[in-house]
Design a protein around this ligand. Structure first.
Ligand SMILES: Nc1ncnc2c1ncn2[C@@H]1O[C@H](COP(=O)(O)OP(=O)(O)OP(=O)(O)O)[C@@H](O)[C@H]1O
Ligand SMILES: [Mg+2]
Length: 160
């Protein structure tokens, strides 16, 4: 059984301590988890790596809104840029991202494919009005674009 957690406040703190396979905080939620006020992009990677070392969590996906996401494991750091789209409403972007990642994992996709698909679903959700869900056609187009574009960068930690 693999637990995936996307929540905030006290539930996030307790859940992260209890242990999960994958955690999906946004920057504010990661700051809560790490007991700091704010996190800038410059310090994000080191803060996230310290969090991973000190908590029972295998995969940390920090969502960055229009900037996409960064995924960290003990071995790797992947940045995935979100495509620029005509945005209607960001309501449900985070939920759609998590749903997309769960779907990809259930299909046996790799972590790298999973986070790209999650970003595609999150971004697709911003292309529809209000609380409307994302459209499959948008998801597939964005996922193809993200997967074929050299807009992702990966770092492998040598002495992790
Ligand atoms: N303005 C945007 N343009 C493009 N993609 C976006 C935008 N906002 C969000 N996304 C997509 O949705 C994903 C999740 O968004 P975000 O980081 O805002 O999650 P969140 O703060 O958890 O949102 P929520 O309020 O739904 O819980 C991002 O990684 C990105 O792929
Ligand atoms: Mg959220």
């Amino acid at each position: 059984m693999k637990y995936i957690l996307d929540t905030s406040g006290e539930a996030l703190l307790k859940g992260a301590r209890a242990g999960v396979y994958l955690l999906k905080p946004n920057l504010g939620e990661l700051a809560t988890l790490c007991g700091v006020e704010t996190i800038s992009f410059l310090e994000l990677e080191s803060i996230a790596q310290t969090f991973l070392k000190n908590n029972p969590c295998e995969v940390l996906v920090v969502s960055l809104g229009p900037q996409g996401a960064v995924m960290l494991t003990a071995q790797s750091v992947d940045y995935i840029s979100a495509p620029i789209v005509y945005q209607k409403s960001t309501i449900g972007a985070g939920d759609s991202m998590v749903a997309g990642m769960v779907h990809a994992l259930a299909q046996g996709k790799s972590l790298s494919e999973m986070v790209k698909y999650g970003v595609a679903c999150g971004t697709a959700a911003t292309m529809t009005d209000g609380t409307q869900l994302c459209k499959r056609k948008d998801v597939e187009e964005l996922n193809d674009w993200i997967s074929s574009n050299s807009n992702t960068s990966q770092k492998i930690k040598i002495n992790a």
